[in-house]
Design a protein around this ligand. Structure first.
Ligand code: ADP
Ligand code: TYD
Length: 208
């Protein structure tokens, strides 16, 4: 079986985790061994870096430091988890990947998308998603969903303006990459979103 790499993107609270679990069941039924990853995270080194990045006490963290830490966490995730899984023919579903850096650091922090992809070239080792689903949701709605959950981390605590830039950034990125990024209305019911996602995956699996 050929490996397949799917990434789930979108603002905080958009429903990525929810859809990943549903997609995992679907791919299992198709006969795939599925690996779910989260970025930053997924192994001991990247989880330790995640703790540093999201620590609310580090209010002094520079934007370039933030970008490099996300890239460092991703480098380990690719090397230790994603690359071996794809080589073994597994399906990898990633909760966020390099597009998150493009949007949060590139657009949100203003570092520029080109800078972000240039820095991440070292981390990715040529591994790019076959398909990306953008869970598209207005910033206010995502934040409201998160507030019902745990305490907000360093990124989630950012201003509403920042999160609005993130949402707009994702929409622009989807327009720039129409062949790879599928924008899905994340305000729809969970089951309807799942049906949309699987219809695209089905098409990908059936391609010649
Ligand atoms: N389609 C949906 N409609 C309404 N609420 C949803 C939907 N999908 C997920 N949720 C809820 O929104 C919250 C955030 O979902 P989650 O999957 O954790 O998002 P993310 O991983 O993008 O942060 C959870 O409480 C979840 O149950
Ligand atoms: C992967 C990545 C995440 N982030 C941000 C997005 C999230 O606010 C946070 C990761 O938190 P996470 O809990 O994984 O996201 P969510 O709240 O959507 O479930 O880090 C970046 O700023 N750049 C990146 O490259």
């Amino acid at each position: 079986m050929q490996g397949i790499f799917i990434t789930m993107e979108g603002p905080d609270g958009a429903g990525k985790t929810t859809q990943i679990e549903l997609l995992k069941d679907y791919l299992n039924k198709k006969g795939y061994d599925v690996l779910i990853t989260r970025d930053p995270g997924g192994n001991a080194v990247s989880e330790a870096i995640r703790e540093v990045i999201l620590n609310k006490d580090f209010t002094e963290m520079g934007y370039m430091t933030e970008l490099l830490l996300y890239a460092a966490a991703r480098a380990q995730l690719v090397k230790e988890n994603i690359k071996p899984a794809l080589s073994a023919g597994k399906a990898v579903i990633a909760d966020r990947f390099v597009d998150s850096s493009a949007v949060y650091q590139g657009i949100g922090r203003g570092l520029g998308i080109d800078t972000v992809y240039k820095v991440n070239e070292f981390a990715l080792q040529g591994i790019l998603p076959d398909m990306t689903f953008l869970m598209d949701l207005d910033a206010e709605v995502g934040i409201a969903r998160k507030k019902n959950q745990a305490e907000l981390d360093r990124m989630e605590q950012e201003s509403l303006d920042f999160h609005k830039k993130v949402v707009e950034g994702y929409r622009s990125l989807a327009e720039m990459n129409p062949d790879r990024i599928v924008k899905v209305d994340a305000a729809l019911p969970k089951e309807a979103i799942h049906d949309i996602i699987t219809s695209y995956v089905e098409k990908w699996l059936a391609r010649p």
